[in-house]
Design a binder for this molecule. Structure first.
Ligand code: MN
Length: 234
């Protein structure tokens, strides 16, 4: 798909996100990244390197290690490969405005001989080698969810030794590259600390140099929106 849509949505004079360029198709260690993004609503952006870009899905509830749980994953525009290192603040009013954390990062391998055909068919099986997410997964395209221009998929863990009923997003709330919470990332980058903190655990340490007022007003994260809510998320 290229990066046309990605670039059209952003003002690179205003946002610190990379404008990016099309990467070369690299083999065999393709990267994957999951970015925790406290925008209008908290979600997790799941990205797989493929043909020089990052195929991208917004996962409102984030990945689950429980094979009985299917997580809605709305496909969004391809992102540049260098986006995988972006942890910071997108200014308010810009596309996807809010705080971004690199929640997990690593490499992935397709489990099918022809991943391009698998993607087109809407049934991509793959293995993740991340810090938090490991083992076998599938992305399945669905009908019936989402009214947007991009299709909806389901992200599902396969049964293997990495499957678990433990809530990985609760257990591992910190950045995979900096160990920071969202509120710390917002503080360092001049973002909205209070808003970012709503994506952190309620008992997370509060960032330094903040006031007592902030500590009082920090609220637990809102429950993720239901799958039937038809909203476009950045
Ligand atoms: Mn996002």
């Amino acid at each position: 798909m290229g990066l046309k849509e990605y670039r059209e949505k952003r003002h690179f004079g205003l946002t610190p996100e990379p404008a990016g360029k099309l990467g070369k198709a690299r083999h065999p260690s393709r990267i994957f990244v999951v970015q925790k993004h406290r925008a209008t609503q908290l979600h997790y952006d799941f990205r797989l390197e493929w043909n020089g870009t990052l195929l991208s899905w917004a996962v409102p509830k984030g990945p689950s290690l429980d094979p009985t749980v299917k997580r809605l994953a709305m496909q969004v525009e391809d992102h540049p490969i260098e986006y995988a290192n972006f942890e910071g603040v997108i200014p308010a009013g810009e596309y996807g405005g809010g705080t971004v954390m690199v929640w997990d990062k690593g490499t992935w391998e397709p489990e099918q001989p022809d991943p391009q055909a698998a993607l087109e068919k809407g049934d991509l099986k793959f293995t993740l080698h991340g810090k938090k997410l490991k083992g076998s997964w599938v992305l399945v395209r669905t009908r019936g969810f989402g009214g947007g221009s991009k299709p909806s998929w389901l992200l599902i863990k396969h049964r293997d030794e990495y499957a678990s009923t433990e809530d990985i997003t609760e257990k591992e709330p910190r950045s995979a590259i900096s160990r920071r919470f969202l509120a710390d990332i917002a503080r360092v980058n001049g973002g909205n600390i209070e808003q970012a903190a709503t994506g952190d655990p309620v008992d997370a340490p509060k960032p330094r140099n903040t006031t007592a007022k902030l500590t009082k007003s920090v609220k637990p994260a809102k429950p993720a929106p239901r799958a039937s809510v038809r909203k476009r998320r950045a």
